[in-house]
Design a protein around this ligand. Structure first.
Ligand code: WQD
Length: 338
């Protein structure tokens, strides 16, 4: 039985594929390389000694999905494929809806046709909107998303809940990621954003490697201990392991379940900068700027449910992530481009 990983050459997808292969799973990937590079497949093979079967394509292409499900004996799908830039989603909301929500609808159609019952979905803490309190629990109110990207993740969660009501034998794990950072400790795979990084850690590593001359800190007047935004930064290797815990959970036939994947700790922008400087002995110059529209003061997870119901809790911390992100960036100053 195989696991189909949509978006499996992306940042989180590739780290998850590595762990799936290392744990004996048979893996097939579909990816359109819209936010990744073919080189990732080479790196996955270098790390694991195994090569997942690969189908270049878009999840909106029903014929391609139909062919994959015909060719493969898929037991479960891990669904990462989707556009994920908050800033771009504000400029192009229709593109995000058609790609993220539309793509998931096509995937579900062919999962149902081929009687594939198990799905792990890559959701996001942005579904909580502007938190009324922290830490956030899975049964806290969702909605009021501050950007179309987050809204598409929430729309897909509602779609999956409706799907589970129709397909009573479906087992679906919705995983709400907080802020993924870090890289595989070998430095062969990591975060390689297109263009100017939206996210904090890749921007920091590009300052460290000399691609950017300083970090812009978006706002210092938030209601946090040092005035800068607080988030829950989870190491991508922990996050990937959380997907294997979710696959195991689905073997219990739980129906639809929802889990926060985070550390349960809040870290500010300046905390992360200081941790990076300390671990790597590199100075990160920064300038305090205006707030970025849509940002919230603080957002971090209550992780009790993931531990209680699937035995998942993080083992790595922000210092491990700062070390591993820098190791990836210094070995790959231009990401996957040579
Ligand atoms: C973190 C903090 C910024 C960049 C988003 C999505 C989430 C997930 C991760 C996809 C904030 C500050 C950032 C910079 C800064 N996306 N910052 N200077 O916005 O919490 O979450 O990305 O998987 O779903 O919502 O992450 O890394 O952009 O920002 O000061 O150059 O760093 O203001 O406080 P965010 P982020």
């Amino acid at each position: 039985m195989a696991i189909l990983v949509t978006g499996g050459t992306g940042y989180i997808g590739s780290h998850t594929v590595v762990q799936l292969l290392q744990n004996g799973y048979d893996v097939a990937i579909i990816d359109n390389f819209s936010n990744s590079k073919p080189e990732v497949l080479e790196r996955i093979t270098q790390i694991t000694g195994k090569t997942p079967r690969f189908y270049e394509g878009d999840i909106l292409d029903g014929k391609k999905l139909d062919m994959i499900f015909d060719n493969e004996n898929i037991d479960a799908v891990i669904h990462f494929a989707g556009l994920k830039s908050v800033a771009e989603s504000v400029q192009k909301p229709e593109l995000y809806i058609s790609n993220n929500v539309g793509g998931t609808m096509v995937l579900l159609k062919y999962m149902a046709k081929h009687n594939v019952k198990n799905l792990v979905f890559s959701s996001s803490a942005t579904v909580y909107g502007v938190p009324k309190h922290v830490p956030l629990c899975e049964d806290d109110e969702v909605g009021g998303c501050t950007n179309p990207y987050g809204q598409t993740k929430l729309d897909i969660e509602f779609l999956l809940k409706d799907y589970a009501k129709i397909h009573k034998d479906a087992n679906i794990a919705i995983l709400r990621y907080f802020n993924p950072i870090g890289a595989h400790p070998c430095g062969l795979i990591g975060e390689d954003p297109n263009g100017i990084p939206n996210n904090l850690m890749p921007y920091i590593t590009q300052v460290a490697v000399g691609k950017r001359d300083h970090l812009n800190v978006f706002g210092s007047d938030y209601k946090t201990h040092d005035g800068t935004g607080v988030r829950d930064y989870i190491h991508v290797v922990d996050l990937a392991r959380g997907h294997l815990c979710a696959l195991k959970k689905l073997e219990e036939k739980p129906g639809l379940v929802i889990y926060n994947l985070g550390t349960g700790k809040g870290t500010s922008v300046l905390d992360l900068v200081k941790a990076f400087e300390q671990v790597n002995n590199i100075k990160i110059p920064y300038v305090i700027c205006d707030r970025r529209p849509g940002d919230v003061d603080e957002n971090y997870a209550n992780c009790d449910k993931a531990y209680k119901e699937m035995g998942f809790k993080t083992e790595l911390d922000i210092f491990d992530a700062c070390r591993d992100s820098w190791n990836w960036q210094k070995k790959n100053p231009n990401g996957y481009d040579k």
